[in-house]
Design a protein. Structure first.
Length: 391
């Protein structure tokens, strides 16, 4: 029985680990898709994304069935072993009684002791939980073993905010990408869903490190920079910003340092957020929990926070996807005019946004297909197809 239990825990642990790995893959892809719902809808790739998310599902089913087969096999063998144990115990006790070496009371006791082994079912259930717990612990240990992001001690060098990507590879997103983003320019990054635009945006401010290659800010590799220097020089606005702080004012001020009140309001005006903030019950002092925000208003607060902490580089990762066309144009005007001395890297899914940038980086399957102004690229039907052919 001990050998059976040991084999059961070993087999269940291995199967549960494989099950959790496949389950984690599906969950990760689903979370990715939910975060980029509007982007996927704009690109018209919902069917392809659904197929990508569900592709590992047969493997999940196979591992689930394997766990049940292991459990059923162990249960069957365990019950057979218990039955043979009870038969053997009663048989030996009967022979001992016939030989006069035990009393009838001792025979009854032996039968009762053998019957205690019938509690095999609850033990099996607990062992199944133990196997799953061990698998979960192993999976968690794999994640905890990933190296932590380490920062250097250097300050940002002087410069206009030029970014350089040298041989950058991110598994499943970018493949040996080489790109130079000139400082002080507005650069739109366009491509179909899965082209690697969001991965490029994450690398620009070292929210992630490439599997291979180097990203440099004004000639200095990002890993050499101190965390505070990096966050001070490179700001972000996201499609689904998370707001921190007690009040709306705190949410805009959240960052490496707190800007003065006048600059917070100026940033909110640039993001076209000042108007709806003033209409809130307590204006900028309204508690976040009491400020009902639409998707567009949430994005504008995220943009206001990025503008309030604008360093030499601003990265907008699909940060205007929930805005109407007029509001987006107004914010783009502010981005191009008020922050003209900053480098602006804009992940764009609308042709109107790309048209107003100084340069467009056209990504295709993780590589740079072309870098040119929008008007020069528009003659290419493949480029127009990125935007669904819209002007």
């Amino acid at each position: 029985m001990a050998l059976l239990m040991r084999a059961f825990v070993r087999d269940v642990t291995a199967s549960a680990h494989r099950y959790l790995t496949v389950q984690g893959t599906i969950a990760g892809r689903l979370a990715e898709a939910l975060a980029g719902t509007r982007t996927i809808a704009a690109a018209g790739t919902a069917g392809r994304e659904a197929a990508r998310i569900l592709r590992p599902l047969p493997g999940l089913r196979a591992e689930g069935e394997a766990m049940w087969r292991v459990q059923g096999g162990i249960a069957a063998r365990g019950m057979l072993a218990l039955l043979l144990l009870q038969v053997a115990a009663v048989g030996v006790a009967g022979a001992e009684l016939a030989a006069g070496r035990i009393t009838p009371g001792e025979l009854v006791a032996a039968v009762q002791y053998a019957g205690l082994a019938a509690g095999f079912g609850p033990v099996l259930t607990q062992l199944l939980r133990l196997g799953r717990a061990r698998a979960g612990a192993r999976r968690a240990a794999e994640i905890l073993a990933w190296p932590a992001l380490r920062h250097g001690t250097g300050e940002a060098p002087p410069g206009p905010g030029g970014l350089e990507f040298r041989g950058v590879t991110v598994r499943g997103a970018l493949d040996g990408l080489d790109l130079t983003v000139p400082g002080g320019r507005a650069v739109a990054v366009v491509g179909r869903s899965g082209s690697g635009a969001s991965a490029l945006a994450a690398l620009a401010g070292r929210l992630a490190d490439p599997d291979r290659g180097t990203v440099l800010l004004d000639g200095t590799p990002l890993p050499r920079l101190h965390r505070t220097a990096l966050r001070r020089e490179i700001g972000y606005a996201f499609a689904r910003p998370a707001l921190f702080g007690t009040t709306v004012r705190d949410a805009i001020a959240f960052g490496p340092s707190r800007p003065p009140e006048s600059w917070l309001r100026e940033a909110a005006r640039a993001a076209r957020a000042d108007g709806f903030i003033r209409r809130l019950p307590q204006g900028y002092g309204t508690p976040l929990a009491e400020a009902p925000l639409s998707g567009g208003e949430l994005q504008r607060l995220g943009l206001a926070r990025a503008f309030a902490h604008a360093g030499r580089v601003l990265v907008l990762d699909d940060a205007t996807s929930s805005l109407d066309t007029v509001t987006e144009l107004q914010i783009t005007d502010a981005l191009l005019d008020r922050f003209a001395d900053r480098t602006r890297l804009i992940v764009a899914h609308r042709a109107s946004t790309a048209a107003r940038a100084d340069l467009v980086v056209w990504l295709d399957e993780g590589r740079v297909r072309r870098v040119a102004p929008h008007r020069a690229l528009w003659a290419d039907p493949d480029y127009r197809a990125v935007f669904g052919g819209a002007a």
